[in-house]
Ligand binder design. Sequence first.
Ligand SMILES: *[C@@H]1O[C@H](CO)[C@@H](O)[C@H](O)[C@H]1NC(C)=O
Ligand SMILES: *[C@@H]1O[C@H](CO)[C@@H](O)[C@H](O)[C@H]1NC(C)=O
Ligand SMILES: *[C@@H]1O[C@H](CO)[C@@H](O)[C@H](O)[C@H]1NC(C)=O
Length: 383
Amino acid sequence: MIFARLATVVGAVAGVATVVAQSAFVNQTTCNGKQYTYQELVDYGAISGDASDEFGDTIGGIGSSLAIDRSIPVVLWALPDRGWNMEGTLNFQPRIYKLDILFTPEPSATVANQSGNNLFFTYKETVRFFGLDGTPCTGLGADPMGHLSFASFPDLSVATYTGDSFGNVGPGGRRVPVDAKGLALNPDGSFWVSDEHGPFSAAGLLIAAIRPVDAMIPMRNGTESFSADSPPFYDNKGAGDDVFPANNPTGRDNNHGFEGLTVTGGGNALYVLMQAALNQEGGTNKQTEWQTRLVEYDITVPSAPQYAREFVVPLPLYNDPTAKASKNPKVAAQPEIFHIQDGQFFVLARDSGAGHGQSSPLSVYRHIDVFDIASATDIKGSV
Ligand SMILES: *[C@@H]1O[C@H](CO)[C@@H](O)[C@H](O)[C@H]1NC(C)=O
Ligand SMILES: *[C@@H]1O[C@H](CO)[C@@H](O)[C@H](O)[C@H]1NC(C)=O
Ligand SMILES: *[C@@H]1O[C@H](CO)[C@@H](O)[C@H](O)[C@H]1NC(C)=O
């Protein structure tokens, strides 16, 4: 496994210009014979904090994953995670925003004279996600136990809510929870979403789902338990735990699912990367969660993904200046990957809990790193 680092990129959305004098680059790295150069930040832009979509919901954060539809005009697809969930999870219907982007690179900008705010977004439309029986999906956390069963699908996790799901009188309900983290577009307008679901049709209807390998399934008391211990807002603003034990001893760690999702250029292979290690492999501790799993699925037949290969990606380490020496180094968990070419990937490994409004404003590790699987060991089926 080759693991190299590319320099820090600052800003919400960054691009790398192609024509710049050699001397002008910010940083450079070589990964298994391929050289990557970070030349400059060419663009950045923002969406107004009070913007709302066609259903009247605030657009808020759009960054849990982005994908570019390269048809003309170019359209940006953006995943708003599972909606606002700072005080417990909400019965927000997970969705995608489509935005027109106006991008005017400034080739004359240099490292010393970086581009201004010249990336502009115009909201177009929203595609909301529905379970395969047409019931809306939800941003609420999964139940401690139980699942929904549909013919020819693997069992899907379920979120059961009471009342109207916002603390008022209502009939209650059961919905497929989607904590959407990764996004890739298919040529027919359908799209893949992780962490546990996908693909969805162009209209947002779930049309297939992948059950990950058994080692990844969260277990409590020897039983499948998809809860990520994320109680709803209506239950005391999400305070406390809604499952015991709060940390599942094995399988994906709470809220550390398939954050990275990417499809190869030819559309034949889908890769998903866990945010950090599984719990039986060190996942409950910031110092030990560095060996995370990358799974390859053959999607030549998109409706029938085949588990093809599996690898271990060692995540980078960093020293948190606010932590005791005994708590360092920490693992830079990852929220996004991108397949570049020939088995090489970008991964956005980063620290967390730093930035304006946090206890420490300084983020000490925020990179686009590169890794290569050409000579990595395939661990498919071995654990
Ligand atoms: C390039 O990035 C590496 C890794 O972060 C760093 O050690 C090095 O100092 C950087 N080089 C330059 C020229 O900034
Ligand atoms: C910075 O770059 C812009 C073009 O992007 C140019 O108009 C401006 O003159 C440059 N400023 C300096 C100080 O070089
Ligand atoms: C696991 O077992 C404990 C002790 O019996 C129980 O309190 C808890 O609810 C169980 N958790 C699940 C998810 O079944």
